[in-house]
Design a protein around this ligand. Structure first.
Ligand code: LLP
Length: 421
C-alpha cells in the first residue's frame, strides 16, 4: 500500500485526491503534500509490532518538526526524541508527555539540559563533559535526572558515512572501554543522576535488521554488566534508523515488525522496557514535494528538466547523493518523447539537483513533478538559500479533504529580521 498512487489514467493521487487538482487550488510555488492517514498507518505498524512489550515509540522530531504532525503523532501515542532545547519546547507545545521524551546529542548545552531536568525528560549521557553538564543542570533544576548511557557499540550500519553514527570514530556516544569511568561517575552523583538504561543509535537508512540484532546483543551484555554492579536499569533504547524503499522498485525491505522481532526475545529475557527512536520510517513515505516544471533544456549531451523546487526545499540528493523517486503528476501527451534528464532547480549551484539521469516523458512548462518520500529530513532541512522561502505544507485528512498545515515563508518574513535595527 502506498498513499501516492498513479492511476490507470496516468494521474497521481494522494488518498483519493488528484495531486494536479491540489496544485491548481493552492499557491503557485513548491509545496509539501502529506497523507495524514499514512502517518497513522505507519505508527500503527510500530504499535502492532511492539505488542507484548513495554515500550516507548520516541518519534525523532528532527525528521519533521511540523507542529500539526507532532500533535497527530502525540495523539497516536508517540513519545518524542529531541536534539535541542527548541525541539523540547516544541514537543511540550505539541503536548508530548515529557517523561516519554528522550534528549539526545553530543553537544547539549546547559540551558537546554536545565529545561530537560525540570521537565523530567530522559537524558542520554554522551561524554565526560556532557555528564558534568547534566549534573550541573540537575542541581540548578533541583531535580534528579533519569539518564541513559549512550554507548557506541561500534557496529557498521552499512550506510552513507554522513548518516552512520554508531561506529568507533563517530562523534557520538561513549567508547565501550570507558564504560566503567561513566558508571563510577554516575555512582558519585546519587543526588543528581539516576541511571535507568542504555542507549545506542547506529545510523540511518539501515536496510538489514541483523545490524540492529548485532547491536542489541552487545547492548544487553552491557546492561548485564551494569546491573551486576548494582544499578537497577530497565530501559534499552536501540535508537532509530530503519530505512525505507526510496527506490520504489518493490524490493522487500524490513518492516517495523521485522525490526522489533529481531530484538524481542533479548528484551524479554532481561525484562527490559524498549525505547525506539524512529524518524524516517514514520514520516518519510507520507509526503511528496510538489513542483512545477519551468522548462526543459539541453546542454552538451545532458538534458535538464528545470523545476521551481530546489536544494533549498529538499537537500538530500545534493547533500548525500540520495535517490528520491521522481514522477510527473499528470499524463503527458502521447507524442511526448521519453528521455533521460537531470531534474534540477533554479539555485545557483551545480549541486542543485533533485534527481540525476531520470527517464521521463518530456514535460511541458507548468507540468507538475513530485519528489517522493519527502516527509523526513526534507522540510526540516530546508533553507532560504537564494532567498527561496521555505514552502507551505498541506495534508490530506482522513475524509479526503486537503488542509494547510504550515504557511509558506514570505519575503516579508525575511525583512522582519532587520526591523528595528
Ligand atoms: N535517534 C538518534 C540518536 C538519531 O541521531 C537519529 C537520526 C534518529 C534517532 C532517527 O533516525 P531515523 O529513524 O530517522 O533514521 N539527514 C539525514 C538523516 C540524519 C539522521 C540523523 N539521526 C538524511 O536526510 O538522510
Amino acid at each position: 500500500w502506498h498513499c501516492f498512487t498513479k492511476s490507470e489514467d496516468g494521474y497521481l493521487y494522494c488518498e483519493g485526491n488528484k495531486v494536479q487538482d491540489v496544485m491548481d487550488t493552492v499557491e503557485k510555488r513548491p509545496f509539501y503534500l502529506y497523507s495524514k492517514p499514512q502517518i497513522t498507518r505507519n505508527v500503527e505498524a510500530y504499535k502492532e509490532a511492539l505488542e507484548g512489550l513495554n515500550s516507548i515509540i520516541g518519534y525523532a522530531i528532527k525528521a519533521n518538526n511540523n507542529l500539526k504532525i507532532l500533535e497527530h503523532l502525540r495523539k497516536l501515542g508517540c513519545g518524542a526524541v529531541l536534539v535541542s532545547g527548541n525541539e523540547l519546547k516544541l514537543a511540550l507545545h505539541a503536548g508530548f508527555d515529557p517523561t516519554r521524551c528522550v534528549f539526545n546529542g553530543n553537544g547539549k548545552i546547559l540551558e537546554d539540559l536545565v529545561l530537560a531536568a525540570q521537565e523530567g525528560v530522559f537524558v542520554n549521557i554522551d561524554s565526560e563533559f556532557d555528564l558534568e553538564n547534566i549534573v550541573a543542570a540537575a542541581r540548578i533544576a533541583g531535580k534528579k535526572v533519569n539518564v541513559l548511557l549512550r554507548i557506541n557499540p561500534d557496529v557498521d550500519p552499512q550506510v552513507h558515512p554522513y548518516v552512520a553514527t554508531g561506529n568507533k570514530n563517530s562523534k557520538f556516544g561513549i567508547r565501550n572501554e570507558k564504560l566503567q569511568w561513566f558508571l563510577d561517575a554516575v555512582k558519585a552523583h546519587p543526588q543528581e543522576l539516576k541511571l535507568v538504561g542504555a542507549h545506542c543509535h547506529l545510523g540511518s537508512t539501515i536496510t538489514k535488521v541483523d545490524i540492529f540484532r548485532d547491536a542489541a546483543v552487545l547492548m544487553v551484555n552491557y546492561i548485564d554488566e551494569i546491573r551486576a554492579q548494582g544499578f537497577e536499569i530497565d530501559y534499552l533504547n536501540i535508537g532509530g534508523g530503519l530505512g525505507i524503499d526510496y527506490y520504489h522498485t518493490g524490493a522487500v525491505l524490513p518492516t517495523p515488525r521485522d525490526l522489533i522481532d529481531t530484538v524481542r526475545e533479548l528484551v524479554l529475557s532481561r525484562n527490559l522496557n524498549l525505547i525506539i527512536e524512529p524518524g524516517r520510517s514514520l514520516i518519510a513515505n507520507t509526503c511528496c514535494l510538489v513542483n512545477r516544471v519551468t522548462g526543459v533544456k539541453t546542454n552538451g549531451t545532458k538534458n535538464f528538466v528545470v523545476i521551481d523546487g530546489s536544494m533549498a526545499e529538499l537537500i538530500r540528493p545534493s547533500l548525500y547523493g540520495a535517490y528520491q523517486h521522481i514522477e510527473l503528476v499528470s499524463p503527458s501527451s502521447p507524442d511526448a518523447e521519453i528521455s533521460t534528464f537531470d531534474v534540477v532547480g533554479p539555485v545557483c549551484e551545480s549541486a542543485d539537483f533533485l534527481g540525476k539521469d531520470r527517464e521521463l516523458p518530456t514535460p511541458t512548462s507548468g507540468a507538475g513533478l513530485v519528489v517522493h518520500d519527502a516527509g523526513a529530513y526534507c522540510m526540516s532541512m530546508a533553507s532560504t538559500y537564494n532567498l527561496k522561502m521555505r514552502p507551505p505544507e498541506y495534508w490530506v485528512e482522513e475524509d479526503g479533504s486537503v488542509s494547510q498545515i504550515r504557511l509558506g515563508e514570505t519575503f516579508d518574513d525575511h525583512l522582519r529580521f532587520f526591523e528595528g535595527l
